[in-house]
Design a protein around this ligand. Structure first.
Ligand code: DAH
Length: 380
């Protein structure tokens, strides 16, 4: 290997010639300025300022020059590398600022956005219907009475004059919580009878008669339970509203009047009501109440009338069971049937809701889907 030559001309060493150094510097600066992001800039740094970059390699050749040529070549290469470093620093500053700006834009938080737009809760349509039904009676002077959902069999059946072997007590209808405390048929008194999930709101009649002074005008909405499978028209959990009046001189005419007032308030005035005989152990006589169909008003039953889905072209819709309180029930509650008479009726709240709003599947009222509830508004 030859030593440094004294007549070596640095201009002749291609990588160290002024033109070549300038070209390498300009190429490096162009690449640095062309970097569009910090990733590309890193690549440019490696290519033009890294260990294997042309200017780095040129720098390492300086030592091979004769001493008198080194200073000038060193200055030239040093200046070029300095310019590249400066270009790198400038572009880094620019690209970092751009990146920070971008982060501000993409991760921006609009502090003026509302933060409390969670939908407000609302009462369930069945609750709203129960309140509306109760209000109709409260406006007529009735009081709201409540009873337990887990009820003594005695209140649910015996005091209401259901015989011990009545089929409604059978377990396919009634959900039993406990059997009678003493051997026997479960009848006798509330303390010893079995315990059931109440199958209707009628036991509240008994509780009202036993606990309130006469005359008595009460309405009681509430949840009821039966061992029914859930389908479009049955639900094991449903709601009823019960109405009871006990006073001197009440007759079926009063019952009819109250029912008509109730239908007027719930479905609009002008719909006729109809009573047909029925049987319930706790009323005598008993009936079922129908109202004229509020949708077709009977038109579906006439020749050439459009069929009606709401009343199945019957012209009438059954809405309630009713009757005059059976004297045996009054006696069970210590009321003198010679002096007092009473009337009662009970109806399904889901059913009333379904009739009034064209709901065809009772499951919509139990599933809790807000898309169903929202259509009824958001009354708090
Ligand atoms: N409790 C009855 C039922 O669940 C409905 C009923 C019928 C209630 C007649 C009454 C009445 O108050 O008088 O089917």
């Amino acid at each position: 290997m030859s030593g440094p030559s004294s007549n070596y001309d640095p201009v002749e060493v291609t990588p160290l010639s002024p033109d070549e150094v300038t070209r390498m510097r300009d190429e490096a600066i162009a690449a640095i300025n062309a970097a569009a992001d910090l990733g590309q800039l890193k690549a440019a740094r490696i290519a033009h300022a890294g260990d294997r970059a042309p200017l780095t390699l040129a720098n390492s050749e300086i030592g091979a020059l004769p001493p008198q040529a080194r200073a000038e070549a060193g200055k030239r290469v040093g200046a070029a590398r300095g310019a590249v470093r400066q270009a790198l620093a400038d572009r880094t500053t620019e690209l970092e600022a751009e990146r920070d700006q971008q982060v501000l834009l993409t991760e921006t938080v609009d502090v003026t956005l509302p933060w409390d737009r969670r939908p407000a809760g609302a009462r369930h349509p069945v609750t709203m219907a129960a309140d509306r039904l109760s209000d109709v009676f409260v406006a007529m002077g009735y009081e709201v009475a409540e009873g337990p959902e887990v009820e003594a069999e005695w209140y649910n059946f015996d005091a209401l004059n259901f015989p011990p072997d009545h089929p409604a007590r059978e377990s396919q209808d009634t959900l039993f919580v406990a059997g009678p405390k003493e051997a026997g048929d479960g009848s006798g008194d509330p303390g010893h009878s079995g315990v059931v999930l109440r199958t209707h709101t009628s036991p509240v009649q008994i509780r009202a008669m036993l606990s309130r002074p006469l005359p008595l005008y009460v309405v009681s909405p509430g949840r009821c339970f039966r061992a029914d499978a859930l389908d479009a028209t049955h639900s094991p959990v449903f709601h009823q509203i019960e109405c009871l009046a006990v006073d001197e001189g009440l007759t079926m005419a009063d019952l009819r009047g109250v029912i008509q007032a109730f239908v007027d308030a719930m479905f609009g005035e002008g719909l006729r009501t109809r009573f047909r005989p029925d049987y319930f152990p706790f009323t005598e006589p008993s009936g079922d109440v129908s109202m004229e169909c509020h949708v077709c008003r009977g038109a579906s039953t006439r020749a050439g009338g459009e069929p009606c889905r709401v009343c199945r072209s019957q012209g009438w819709i059954e809405i309630a069971g009713c009757g005059m309180v059976n004297p045996r029930v009054l006696i069970a509650c210590g009321i003198d049937p010679g002096r007092y008479t009473g009337f009662a009726f009970g109806l399904g709240i889901e059913r009333t809701l379904m009739i009034g709003h064209g709901v065809t599947d009772i499951r919509d009222t139990t599933e809790g889907d807000v898309r169903f509830s929202r259509a009824f508004g958001t009354e708090i």
